[in-house]
Design a protein around this ligand. Structure first.
Ligand SMILES: Cc1cc2nc3c(=O)[nH]c(=O)nc-3n(C[C@H](O)[C@H](O)[C@H](O)COP(=O)(O)OP(=O)(O)OC[C@H]3O[C@@H](n4cnc5c(N)ncnc54)[C@H](O)[C@@H]3O)c2cc1C
Length: 393
């Protein structure tokens, strides 16, 4: 049997692509994953949803995606679907210094794109997040239509909705080779045999370097491990309190409520590059915990005495400009890719799934994929964010 499309990878990106392929009319779509749905890097996500970016193309994808997260069950026509959305808003603050101008420009650009963004005084910010001090903040933006959700639930939601529309999702199958005839895609060879299709979509995240092995086309993505801590402080970080991005901290920390009372916190900059893609749990040195704890206590004074409740590591698929590669690879007709989300792919996953499905089916895309082309790394027209290296981009 030949398929309309084969999707490699069943994370939030691959399941979203598969759902949208079926919703746009594709038949005989198959998703292949060597593991299980959402169990790649998606299950390690901090889940933060915002439209705040200094790259306007990302703002547009995030805005379209937020509309899906907000109405997830209705969008999927599945009453039981839930994204686990907590709509608590997103606060971002910068003191005087190098991050101030990028923040001012990004907030203004968001407003120009029609997104509701409020500028808060330190007093107003403290009303929303009373456990935090804002006395040195020179600029504070608040995005009410933001918060966090659960990437694993979202991947399973997309997967179930895709299956209801006839998509086959096969777990425990390894794609070993991309099959080409006359330079065109004709399918894939796997641990369970051959699957035929003139269209293969790679949503392989840190494992996208398979593409380089299979086609010889450079795949500029590296695996970068990050750690996430859950801290229990004497005062709760309630789920009604906004996500907070601290551009003034050395690690550009991001924080949010976790489990209703704890704080989830992680660094927003670069992590540890791994020699090979691998999403197994890594060590988190005590020094690292102490160093993050000190930065948290600086900003959240009551967390001086906080304890470490839990911790885990997760791996980003980082490209040289910290933005994804999306679209066709012109040198290999039939191959479409979506990789390199650089730690911020969850919040883009609904819109990315739809535009990649449109591209794979030869339909006009809702937003142009040209800025996200692999070609940018040759032409130098990079999608570089103004905050420097890091997932806020
Ligand atoms: C610690 C951490 C925090 C994050 N926080 C946020 C956040 O707050 N907000 C946000 O928007 N984003 C965040 N992200 C990023 C976001 O979670 C990811 O961009 C997104 O989940 C990636 O989804 P994916 O489908 O591309 O990848 P994955 O979930 O990794 O899926 C890829 C799948 O491909 C499969 N695969 C690969 N190669 C093959 C092969 N050859 N054969 C078969 N199967 C294969 C793998 O098994 C895997 O299941 C975070 C990420 C991490 C790690």
């Amino acid at each position: 049997m030949t398929h309309d499309a084969i999707v490699i990878g069943a994370g939030v990106i691959g399941t979203s692509i598969a759902y949208h392929l079926a919703a746009l009319g594709a038949r005989n779509v198959v998703v292949l994953d060597r593991g299980t749905i959402g169990a790649g890097t998606s299950s390690q996500s901090s889940g933060i949803l915002r439209t705040h970016y200094s790259v306007p193309e990302n703002v547009e994808l995030a805005r379209r995606s937020w509309q899906v997260f907000e109405s997830f069950a209705a969008y999927l026509e599945d009453d039981d679907a839930s994204a686990g959305l907590v709509r608590c808003g997103y606060l971002i603050a910068a003191p005087e210094g190098s991050k101030l101008a990028p923040l001012r420009d990004a907030l203004a650009a968001q407003q120009d794109q029609g997104i509701t963004v409020q500028l808060l005084t330190p007093q107003e910010a403290a009303q929303r997040l009373p456990i935090c001090r804002f006395d040195d903040a020179a600029l504070i933006g608040f995005e009410p239509e933001a918060g966090f959700a659960d990437a694993y639930l979202v991947a399973s939601g997309f997967a179930r909705a895709a299956r209801r529309r006839g998509v086959r999702i096969i777990e425990g199958v390894e794609v070993e080779q991309l099959l080409l005839e006359g330079g065109r895609v004709v399918g894939v060879e796997t641990s369970q045999g051959r699957f035929s299709s003139a269209t293969v979509v790679s949503a392989q995240n840190i494992w996208a370097r398979d593409i380089e092995r299979w086609t010889g086309i450079e795949t500029p993505v590296r695996a970068e491990r990050h750690s996430v801590l859950a801290l229990a402080g004497p005062t709760p970080y309630a789920s009604t309190m906004p996500v907070y991005k601290d551009l003034g901290s050395p690690g550009m920390l991001y924080c949010r409520s976790y489990g209703g009372t704890q704080m989830l916190v992680s660094e927003g900059g670069a992590g540890e590059t791994l020699p090979e893609p691998d999403n197994e749990q890594g060590d988190i040195p005590v020094d690292h915990v102490l160093q993050i704890g000190a930065q948290v206590a600086e900003r959240f004074p009551s967390f001086e005495s906080a304890g470490l409740a839990s911790s885990w590591t997760g791996v980003y698929d980082v490209t040289p400009d910290w933005n994804p590669v999306l679209g066709r690879l012109p040198d290999v007709p039939g191959l479409v890719v979506a990789y390199g989300f650089s730690g911020h792919g969850f919040k883009l996953s609904p819109a990315v799934g739809r535009v990649i499905a449109q591209e794979a089916l030869g339909l006009p895309t809702d937003v142009s994929l040209a800025p996200y082309a692999l070609e940018r790394f040759r032409s130098g027209r990079l999608l570089r964010g103004r905050y420097g290296s890091g997932a806020v981009s």
